[in-house]
Write a protein that binds this ligand. Structure first.
Ligand code: NAD
Length: 483
């Protein structure tokens, strides 16, 4: 039985044309219309919560509470708050200018970019479709959603529900895999918002470049965790294991590997065991609050990594059981992992926790800096000097001290990568800004004419002096050291 109905390729250009006509007709411009669509998206999430949980259970065995917290609840809250804050976000701004320009009424208009394409992955598919969509709605854009074929139940559900809640002349879903997405990417869009892996991101960026389309890339990578020797190893272990177990490690911000002082490695492992026993008294394999690996190919990829690692697998407490039929892998801890280990090659995106022992903070920083900039850098430390060194001497999309995963609860901070982990910003106002062009305008009154006389040729000595006065501005003293 086919779960997901792919969109016929010949229909894709027509869908785009419909949306472009809607945008051109100004349907999406009024703020009250946008607010209604945002509230409708919140209603979709709230009313259909059971169906969403059910679809994600089928696709990923995702525990219901995880779905309600991280996907459904977040969409209800953020869509509602976006509607409530829209008037403030969309209001024109008047920047402060020198007195002689004030009469020109310098203004920043918040102009919608047009019709957007949103391409989303399978791991948190409800929120990762809805979140970029709510920014597009708020900004007054039309949008096509291209959900992932890897989570077919959820993608089909969103396809069925969207037209019941949102205006189908402005928001449509295209389903499919590479051929359908390739067709979408041949067409011109006014913004593309891609969430997924960095290999496909390169394909998207090349396609966007052909049309000079602005692009947001929300990618992943290996997010390290650094544990300072003075920190409470048991607390760090508990908070790290919790972050790793969400969606069985299949989240872009999952702690990927842990840099621990060599002398504290065993104490840290004991902390992990203690936390694991409390989270999963009978092991994770059959627990209803633990998810599955999305498909056989990812299950085999993770199994192969565990077969190839040269690190020491912890087998006490962490039994590392696998259930091939249900595609489940228990959280697996590997210690004494060396620099060239297969576990350190690519983003793990699964429930494997490699521990890399280090002899100093300098060694840990060098280890992090020798790799592409991660999406998140986690650090367990209460030492202000260590915190400042991490801020000054590393690069990452975000920086989280003394916890994992919890940064996703803060609506007011932008979520973004840097370098290989992506570019562009999202969440709430930041997503609105992504789809908004800051369109500047001035309006010079007739009465300004006497003040503009000097600019007209021919220019006498007095005009030359006045018009070139900026050249002679006094520049403050400074020194190469910055002091
Ligand atoms: P995926 O396989 O579902 O792919 C994402 C999208 O790309 C899908 O819609 C798919 O149809 C499309 N796609 C696949 N191959 C394509 C091709 N050749 N041409 C055009 N489009 C194509 O999901 P994934 O990439 O496996 O997702 C996991 C990755 O996403 C991880 O790296 C994770 O870290 C990252 N991620 C990032 C964020 C974030 O917000 N930064 C959030 C979630 C996941």
């Amino acid at each position: 039985m086919t779960i997901l109905k792919y969109t016929p390729i010949r229909e894709i250009p027509k869908i785009r044309e419909t949306l472009r006509a809607t945008f051109k007709a100004g349907v999406t411009r009024p703020l009250e219309w946008r607010k209604h669509q945002l509230y409708q998206l919140a209603r979709l999430a709230q009313n259909e919560a059971d169906a969403i949980c059910d679809a994600l259970n089928k696709d990923l065995s995702k525990p219901k509470l995880e779905v309600l917290m991280a996907e459904v609840g977040a969409v209800v809250e953020r869509a509602t708050k976006s509607a409530e804050q829209l008037d403030a976000w969309a209001a024109p701004e008047h920047p402060d200018v020198p007195d002689w320009q004030k009469g020109w009424k310098p203004t920043l208009h918040k102009a919608p970019r047009g019709t957007a394409l949103i391409i989303s992955p399978w791991n948190y598919p409800f929120i990762l479709n809805s979140q970029p969509l709510m920014g597009a709605i708020a900004a007054g854009c039309c949008a096509v959603l291209k959900p992932s074929e890897v989570s077919p139940h959820l993608s089909q559900l969103v396809t069925d529900l969207l037209p019941k809640y949102l205006d189908p002349s402005a928001y449509r879903v295209v389903n499919g895999a590479v051929s359908e997405t390739t067709k979408l990417l041949e067409l011109q869009w006014d913004h593309i918002f891609y969430t997924g892996n960095s290999r496909v991101a390169r394909i998207i960026a090349a396609a966007a470049a052909k049309h000079l389309t602005p692009l947001t890339l929300e990618l992943g990578g290996k997010s390290p965790v650094l544990v300072d020797s003075a920190y409470d190893m048991r607390l760090a272990a508990k908070r790290i294991l919790w972050g790793k177990c969400n969606n069985a490690g299949q989240i872009c911000v999952a702690p990927d590997y842990i840099l621990v002082p060599r002398s504290k490695q065993d104490e840290f492992v004991e902390g992990l065991k203690e936390a694991y026993k409390t989270f999963f008294p009978d092991g994770a394999i059959g627990a209803s609050h633990y998810g599955s690996i999305v498909n056989e190919s990812h299950f085999n990829r993770l199994s192969s990594l565990l077969d190839r690692t040269k690190g020491e697998r912890i087998t006490d407490v962490f039994e590392g059981r696998k259930d091939t039929a249900r595609k489940r892998i228990e959280p697996t801890v590997v210690k004494n992992v060396q620099d060239d280990d297969p576990l350190l090659e690519e983003e793990l995106f699964g429930p494997i926790l490699p521990i890399v022992p280090v002899d100093s903070l300098d060694e840990a920083l060098a280890f992090i800096n020798a790799r592409p900039h991660p999406l998140v850098l986690y650090a367990f430390t209460e030492d202000p000097n260590v915190k400042q060194r991490l801020i000054d001497e590393t690069q990452s999309g975000g920086l989280v001290f003394n916890d994992t995963f919890q940064q996703l609860a803060v609506n007011e901070l932008p979520f973004a990568g840097v370098g290989q982990s992506g570019y562009g910003y999202q969440v709430m106002k930041y997503t609105f800004d992504t789809y908004t062009q800051l369109r500047s305008s001035i309006d010079i009154p007739k009465e300004a004419e006497p003040f503009l006389q000097l600019r007209y040729p021919p220019h006498g000595p007095e005009a030359v002096k006045a018009l070139s006065s900026a050249v002679h501005l006094s520049i403050p003293e400074s020194a190469p050291s910055g002091r």
